[in-house]
Design a protein around this ligand. Structure first.
Ligand SMILES: [Zn+2]
Ligand SMILES: [Zn+2]
Length: 262
């Protein structure tokens, strides 16, 4: 099966949550053979989610399993608010993501220049510290785009990224959480999947379960790059991916080719 659990129909508030608009995402999903599709809006737009639209679409696209997720900004001090958000709707999963380092929206093009003014090793250290706090908060099912900090192509100087990632993966494993393999990095300056190959290999060896997401902010991006991600995962030894319903995990076969077609 091929899933896309990271789709933003509202993007950053440019669009409306209407039947006609969401249907465009479903048409692309069907073309790209996505069998499980999860809309996961940014938490600031939670009030615009209309589950009646999803129900109507599910009737029209019976071959695609619908999921309702939410992508939440992890910011320390916001834990109680996040807990309330997660309970305010019948979500299948909550993705925890770090987009802000102490108020700096580092993945936004307008604030990219701040990388030039900061110590890149400190930036990496603090970013992964925040991701680690997100894991320990116990608020999330999935960690989104684990190494987003590389978005513009900046790499740490003193330590290999694995220095930060290995203890983080141990905590994710201990917490029974999932890691998202996100294809959006392919269309960003860094030009690679989140997280990078070496991290994916370590996730495989630690047997941490994964979900897939395109981070689509437009119908044409649904499922984009996920065939490539699927190939990477199969090469890394994954045979299954996680499927979530009402925040419960079931493992499903990753290889959607019919048996015997190898
Ligand atoms: Zn994100
Ligand atoms: Zn996103």
């Amino acid at each position: 099966m091929l899933q896309d659990y990271h789709v933003h129909a509202l993007a950053h508030g440019e669009y409306q949550y209407t039947y006609d608009w969401l249907k465009k995402f479903l048409i692309t999903a069907r073309e790209r053979q996505i069998t499980e599709l999860g809309f996961a809006e940014h938490d600031e737009f939670i009030s615009q989610i209309d589950t009646t639209v999803l129900k109507r679409l599910q009737e029209e696209f019976p071959n695609i399993k619908f999921r309702l997720g939410l992508e939440v900004d992890y910011i320390p001090g916001r834990e109680d608010y996040i807990r309330q958000l997660s309970r305010s709707c019948d979500f299948d999963y909550i993705i925890g993501s770090v987009h802000f380092i102490d108020g700096w929206g580092f993945d936004h093009p307008d604030f990219r220049y701040l990388f030039e003014e900061r110590d890149i090793d400190q930036v990496y250290r603090r970013y992964f510290e925040l991701v680690h706090m997100a894991v320990k908060s116990g608020l999330f099912d999935i960690i989104g785009h684990l190494d987003l900090i590389k978005i513009w192509g900046h790499r740490p100087r003193w330590h290999n990224v694995m220095f930060y990632v290995e203890p983080l993966l141990n905590s994710i494993k201990a917490a029974g959480m999932l890691i998202e393999i996100n294809s959006a990095g392919l269309r960003k300056p860094v030009g690679e999947i989140y997280p990078q190959q070496e991290i994916i290999d370590l996730i495989a060896s630690k047997q941490i379960a994964v979900t897939l997401g395109s981070d689509a902010h437009h119908p044409r991006q649904v499922g984009e790059g996920l065939q490539e991600v699927q190939g990477v995962l199969i090469n890394a030894g994954f045979t299954r991916i996680a499927s979530l319903q009402q925040r419960q995990v079931k493992m499903q076969s990753l290889n959607h080719r019919p048996e015997g077609e190898r």
